[in-house]
Design a protein around this ligand. Sequence first.
Ligand SMILES: Nc1ncnc2c1ncn2[C@@H]1O[C@H](COP(=O)(O)OP(=O)(O)OP(=O)(O)O)[C@@H](O)[C@H]1O
Ligand SMILES: [Mg+2]
Length: 157
Amino acid sequence: MYSEIIMDSLRLTTGSSEETEDLGFKIGTFLKTHGGAKTICLFGELGAGKTTLIKGIASAFNISKRDIGSASFVIVAEYDTLPPFYHIDLYRLEKDVDVEDTGIWEYIESDGISVIEWAERLDEIPENAITVRINLLGEESREIIIEGIDEKDWHNM
Ligand SMILES: Nc1ncnc2c1ncn2[C@@H]1O[C@H](COP(=O)(O)OP(=O)(O)OP(=O)(O)O)[C@@H](O)[C@H]1O
Ligand SMILES: [Mg+2]
């Protein structure tokens, strides 16, 4: 896995879904060991690898990656872990539904960990959120840009 730092963000490239999962696991481990951030906002087009990354994040909380699904009819999948883990996917939200009316901010503002796919649809980025942007570079390569994790903390993990 290749990585470099641009300004205040970490930029990495992965060459397979396994590498993206491993990166997710590292983000999950960061969340568990560093207080503060408890919301992850994911940006990126269809098939970028958001759910794949979340499988890795969830595995750091002992949630089986088989249990992490893609957008179905649920907007929030809740996992009864400690802290509680919420997988929020705004993709299925109807275009004319206001995100603010769904009640998802109650999850985001709770003490649980919230991981949000299609964060583009939020009116604002939650306070102290870590943002992850995934860009398709090729069939199996992805550019992953993380903001909100201090470079030193990341490299000391
Ligand atoms: N480096 C990579 N990282 C992540 N996924 C990859 C990579 N290379 C190939 N893939 C494949 O790309 C697909 C990513 O699908 P995934 O469901 O994670 O995307 P998504 O961003 O959640 O899409 P959606 O917007 O539909 O929810 C999977 O089929 C995965 O195997
Ligand atoms: Mg997805």
